[in-house]
Design a protein around this ligand. Sequence first.
Ligand code: ACO
Length: 422
Amino acid sequence: MEKTEYITLLVEGKEIRLPVVVGTEGEKAFDISQLRKQTGYVALDRSLMNTAVCCSAVTYVDGERGILRYRGIPIENLVETHSFMEVAYLLVHGTLPTPEEKRNFSNLLNVNSLLHEDMRHFFDHYPRGAHPMHILSTMINALAVFYPNVDSLSLNEDIEISTARLISMVRTMAALAYKKSIGEPVVYPRNDLSYCANFLNMMFDSPVAPYRISEDAVRILNILLILHADHEQNCSTTTVRTIGSAQVNLYATISAGISALSGPLHGGANQQVVQMLREIEKDGDVTSYFNRVKDRNDPTRLMGFGHRVYKTFDPRAKIIKKECHAFLEKMHIKDSLLEVALAVEKAALADEYFIERHLYPNVDFYSGIVYRALGIPENMFTVMFALARLPGWIAHWREMIGTETKIVRPRQIYVGKTWQNA
Ligand code: ACO
């Protein structure tokens, strides 16, 4: 029998033994779930800076060494040889698909790629200029009304369909929202195309100018989607697991994840990076922007820099930077914002402020430049992130309903008025 290790905590002269939990990569935690019962104390950890909220087998991140692995496989290997669809399967099911599983999964995605025709009418009534992330979270919530057969308690056939529906249909919704926003006719998904080619075709094909699918565009989109597919307990994934713990249906849960992702400190940063680079380009150099960033009274941040977990290069940013260069060169695209981004990165990495705080480019720093080169409009950048993150959210939700049975319910320390002095 395995021996349980404990750490001992001294609380008001009394020794408390707390069981130690060790992860497969050697990460250590001690379990405080019985602490209040034993001592009357709770742990206080504002913004969950140092709290593991679950044990998970989906994704491993080592923020000190810049490592990211999905189900044990390094992202560097996945982007070289696998499609986004295979990686989605890997995240959701735990292993890469066999040829037969791949065929079945692909069929399921195809069968579920069409949006319910009645849902299409929704798009006619959003105000012009509405942010696509808001539209997306609303539409996904509405899926539960059109497809009420969504079980939120067990992993059964309905869940396989809901999983495929989300991964496939959200791509259709995203492209449809774009077409509506520019007043062009909707392009339907095609079963003969790969996930990424299908998306690009729905975005850019038109009755008057058929879209020629470029293999290079498909390749880089595939890489971007894989790199964004999961990142363990980030803000939106924690949202998904938290909301899911109340046994809310999968669609409502994912809709909440999308709302969390839209924030500028999270997935919304990719849109903000491009706006910031444009501003720096207009200024002529980084000095005035850096001065604002360093001013404690100014909320400005260097967007696309810094990360709660990575204290070194974000491995995703490294790959995107390299691929971004290669793609722009191959397509003969000259984007002055790439020059600005390279100059900003160089200046930040040589600046004491950023060095001291271990601030490096994160996944969002170069991704917007690739999206621009693909012709994707700025207000769709975070939608692209959401498309990519679906398999990760779903994998965590499925893991959560399979392993955790309790509703997430943190404690607080009340600091308001007491009855005596109210
Ligand atoms: N620019 C300037 N200063 C920064 C930045 C930044 N991008 N990020 C952190 N800092 C500074 C903080 O001001 C703080 O300085 P201080 O110690 O003098 O007060 C210190 O570095 C630590 O920062 P925290 O805010 O405590 O770090 P935290 O882990 O809470 O924040 C976050 C992480 C939100 C990503 C932050 O780095 C940030 O705002 N970055 C810019 C937005 C961004 O790119 N978000 C995308 C992240 S990746 C993703 O979600 C997909």
